[in-house]
Design a protein around this ligand. Structure first.
Ligand code: ATP
Ligand code: MG
Length: 392
């Protein structure tokens, strides 16, 4: 029988009555992620997704790599199925894992038997297969406590499955079970990580980016689209709303007290993001804010920024250290793009002495000279929609 993958489901199993809904969503997500790699059959039984190539044209390595980025999967292994009898299991272990085993110093066999009709217990099965493998590889010692290599045998409903050590999956919950969110995506390090963390909890993302051409260049826009593209490896396809922000920034520069530039600008971002979010069925806003990182990220500044919208604002990085955020950015593959040197609109008209402890009344007064509704309406009209996906 052909090599295939077993994906072990994570927290889904805890979800009681919703479990089938979660499993169905995961099954759909896995099937969609496998499509670029050929015809795969995907089924879910006993908290495990079975991913089987239907023919020899499938790109197994590409599919395997893609499986590591599917939320809802805690661990995964490539395996070979075989008949549920000792000879077949032993022959399969020899053929499939023999090379790995021959290079190990020590090994053990670990078995699981969810088909209770199988005549041996898990321990009995491990002993039997372990004994035969020890005979076949006399130079590799058996060590049940700290083995160099572990052969796994799973006797399940349809077949027995033989594999080596599993690899960690992306974790989290299947994309789509937790609704939709609008991510404010800048070109920095933080917002892609913030989006990843919310997406990991089963949430579909859409992005909004504020773009101040010609103060920020086309390259800055391309960088943001590339960040969105890198995120789709995990989050699935996304739409990026690129909002023309130049008129608003110039209006702020010309009409507001300098120390409030950033705060007024951030309030515009929130209001516009909220409008687009509501139009597109998103139930919250997501930002990469991080307590104390910059002047606009004090408690007081964030209170003022958040006060102008009704949707909840999720800030998953709020309590993290920069070091932890950078580690995560490297892990998800966005870091290198984030540190490309193009300006973000936040840095265009930066006040020399930004207000760090503003009150709502002060910021309302700072906004007073502006035609808020007119500026917002024109920015919304001046919005470009770009669809991004991992393949194609
Ligand atoms: P980042 O690294 O994500 O840019 P930051 O630490 O530079 O964050 P700010 O520039 O103050 O912080 O921005 C805070 C958050 O506001 C960002 O994480 C992002 O969610 C949002 N934001 C900032 N600039 C933009 C932009 N041009 N378009 C969309 N969202 C933005
Ligand atoms: Mg920034």
């Amino acid at each position: 029988m052909n090599e295939m993958f077993l994906l072990k489901l994570g927290e889904i199993v805890l979800k009681g009555g919703n479990r089938f809904q979660f499993e169905n969503r995961l099954k759909t997500n896995v099937a969609r992620r496998m499509r670029p790699f050929g015809d795969f059959r995907v089924s879910i039984v006993q908290s495990t997704a079975y991913v089987e190539p239907e023919n020899a044209d499938c790109d197994l390595d590409g599919a395997w790599e893609a499986c590591h980025a599917i939320f809802g999967v805690v661990s995964l292994c490539r395996c070979r199925p075989c008949a549920k009898d000792l000879d077949a299991i032993f022959d399969t272990a020899m053929a499939y894992l023999g090379e790995d085993l021959s290079m190990a110093k020590s090994f053990k066999v670990e078995s699981r038997r969810s088909d209770k009709r199988f005549p041996l217990t898990s321990i009995g099965l491990s002993q039997e297969i372990g004994g035969r493998l020890a005979e076949a590889f006399p130079d590799v010692t058996v060590d049940v406590h700290h083995p160099d290599y572990t052969v796994y045998v799973e006797v399940r409903d349809r077949a027995a499955y033989v594999h080596g050590p599993a690899e960690p999956g992306a974790g989290g919950l299947p994309t789509g079970v937790g609704g939709r969110a609008m991510l404010l995506l800048s070109g920095g390090i933080d917002s892609p990580v913030a989006g990843y963390m919310i997406a990991k909890r089963g949430v579909e993302l859409e992005c909004v980016h504020f773009f101040s051409y010609p103060y920020t260049s086309e390259l800055a826009k391309d960088k943001v689209l590339e960040l969105a593209h890198l995120m789709t490896r995990y989050c699935g396809r996304m739409t990026v709303n690129i909002v023309g922000f130049t008129e608003i920034q110039e209006a702020i520069r010309d009409n507001c007290p300098e120390e409030f530039f950033t705060l007024v600008m951030r309030r515009f971002m929130m209001k516009i993001a909220e409008r687009i979010a509501r139009d597109h069925g998103c139930g919250c806003l997501v930002t990469g804010e991080n307590l104390g990182q910059v002047a606009s990220q004090t408690m007081e500044a964030m209170a003022v920024t958040g006060a102008c919208v009704d949707l909840p604002i999720f800030q998953p990085l709020i309590g993290m250290d920069k070091e932890e955020i950078v580690t995560r950015a490297r892990q998800i593959g966005t870091m290198e793009t984030s540190i490309l040197p193009y300006e973000d609109c936040c840095t265009v008209f930066t006040p020399r002495h930004p207000k760090t402890k503003p009150t709502l009344a002060q910021v309302d007064a700072a906004c007073a000279p502006l035609d808020l509704e007119g500026l917002i309406a024109r920015a919304l009209e001046n919005t470009e929609l770009v669809k991004v996906r991992w393949h194609g």
